[in-house]
Ligand binder design. Structure first.
Ligand code: ADP
Ligand code: GLC
Length: 477
């Protein structure tokens, strides 16, 4: 089976959030099962500089008004890549989602290039049977397939976060090389605008999202205007959980840690606590439970509930470390909390991959109080690293954390702490339960060990995607 994955992020070259991590692991995991999976991404400078370029093909003299476009054939370790080279759009530093003036046109260009590869193939005659797009940046790909001429590859769309619709004015239809006939509820029209993600979800042959619970939630109240469409299409929608890339997230080998450890040597985790505390200006208190969060500061991540509990945590002898960036108001509030509680609360505002690894290896508790969470990776990394996740029971958090209760403690299945209501009081109550268990080291270690032993590998998700592909009748590929 020949499959082309289309996405806007790829760890370690370009990563804004979990999408980058998933794109680094999923295609390789499906390849390991024998399918010829390749990826198409923009030729970002960081990516281009890091991979070996093997060939190039011109595909348009002026793609979406962004000038000449070529597809470069490249190879990242264990993963064949195609890079859309279009210097006006992609040859610039910073976030892949910056430069709003051409945001729509440049990801339309990516989607069009994917459809082109699906129709025409590459210079060596490789032509994917399935185009698999991820999130709104790839959303128009099924539209270019549906409204274009020539052979039609099958299409799959995966929702990593439905809160980002990729919504642009209807007046851009021509700029995006879409025919007038596409602007209907059955096509790319979304509440009077052009909806990139909507187009993909309407027109792709199969849909998936990154957890079974989120797959249900987005058909109910949390679909950001796409609920009805997803209900219509629920027969072709699957929820497939993400995994953990053990090559990157393994405390026995992680180059970022102060000390390596594993399930059999938990005591070797201790230097990571003290090193982390020292590096962030927290008191080197071996008895204080360390609560940490590694997160984009976005209202949907629910970090305001943590802010409501800062004084409560400190009063009970805990420490809090925040690693994140995003909403300026949230950044400022965490900064102020750290100033109010020197040595007990620290706020690192920024993005730091190494510090994130150290946080998982040092923290006793990783907080993920999200209002919505399609899958979430930090609660999985927490478990692999022996930090216990405290999560709101939503989306993938609900599917990957077993909350402690008398029953789950008795049968040994508990892996974390959960709460339901999205308010500071409910989180505070869960914090109290967490602190109570922390005072019982034997029970604590049991929960910790269960998490460390959990298998969140990529093989099983990769099989689920392959299975999804095999449900599509392939058209004469
Ligand atoms: P999302 O994709 O919604 O941001 P996920 O939990 O799926 O949420 O993935 C977040 C990823 O980004 C994880 O790999 C996490 O470690 C990383 N991350 C988030 N914020 C930071 C930060 N400030 N510094 C380093 N890594 C971060
Ligand atoms: C999105 C979601 C997150 C998920 C990630 C990878 O960014 O917000 O929950 O883990 O994609 O699928």
């Amino acid at each position: 089976m020949d499959i082309l994955l289309v996405a806007s992020e790829l760890f370690p070259y370009v990563k804004v959030g979990g999408l980058g991590d998933v794109m680094a692991a999923l295609p390789r995991a499906i390849r390991a099962l024998g399918a010829d999976v390749r990826m198409l991404l923009p030729a970002y400078p960081a990516l281009r500089a890091a991979v070996e370029i093997q060939g190039e093909t011109a595909i348009s003299p002026d793609l979406m008004g962004g000038g000449p476009a070529r597809i470069l054939k490249a190879e990242a370790p264990g993963l064949p890549l195609y890079l859309l080279e279009q210097p006006t759009f992609f040859d610039r530093p910073g976030s892949p989602y910056g430069h709003p003036e051409d945001l729509a046109r440049r990801f339309a260009a990516l989607a069009w290039a994917a459809a082109h590869l699906g129709r025409v193939g590459d210079a060596e005659g490789w032509r994917p049977q399935i185009l698999h797009g991820h999130d709104w940046p790839a959303g128009l790909m099924p539209a270019y397939v549906a409204y274009g001429d020539g052979p039609r590859p099958a299409t799959v769309m995966t929702i990593h976060n439905i809160a980002f619709p990729g919504r642009f004015p209807a007046s851009m239809l021509d700029d995006l090389w879409l025919p007038q006939s596409a602007f209907t509820p059955d096509g790319v029209e979304f509440q009077g605008d052009i909806g990139f993600l909507k187009a993909g979800l309407k027109l792709a042959d199969r849909l998936s999202t990154v957890s079974p619970t989120y797959a249900r939630e987005i058909q109910l109240a949390d679909g950001h205007g796409l609920e009805d469409l997803l209900v219509q299409r629920h027969g072709v929608l699957r929820g497939i959980l993400n995994g953990v890339d053990r090559k990157v997230w393994n405390p026995a080998k992680d180059p970022h840690l102060f000390s390596h450890y594993d399930l059999k040597h938990p005591a070797r985790r201790a230097p990571n606590r003290s090193g982390f505390q020292r590096s962030l200006g927290l008191q080197e208190d071996p008895h204080a439970p360390i609560f940490a969060s590694v997160s984009r500061l976005d209202p949907l991540k629910g970090l305001d509930l943590v802010l409501d509990n800062v004084d409560h945590l400190v009063l009970h002898g805990a420490q809090l470390a925040l690693l994140g960036q995003g909403e300026p108001l949230l950044e400022a509030a965490f900064h102020q909390a750290a100033q109010r509680h020197p040595g007990r609360v620290s706020a690192f505002i920024g993005y730091d991959e190494a510090l994130a690894h150290r946080a998982f290896a040092a923290a006793d508790v990783i907080l993920a109080p999200s209002r919505q969470e399609p899958c979430g990776l930090t609660q999985l990394y927490a478990q692999a690293y022996g930090a216990i996740p405290l999560v709101r029971r939503t989306g993938g958090l609900a599917d990957t954390v077993v909350g402690t209760s008398p029953e789950t403690l008795a049968d040994g299945t508990a892996t974390g702490f959960t709460f339901d209501e999205a308010n500071g009081w409910a989180l505070g109550e869960a914090i109290n339960r967490t602190l109570a268990l922390f005072r019982d080291p034997i029970a604590w270690r049991q929960v910790q060990r269960r998490g460390m032993a959990a298998d969140f590998g990529w093989e099983s998700p990769a099989r689920a995607y392959l299975d999804l592909y095999t449900t599509i009748p392939l058209r004469g590929a």
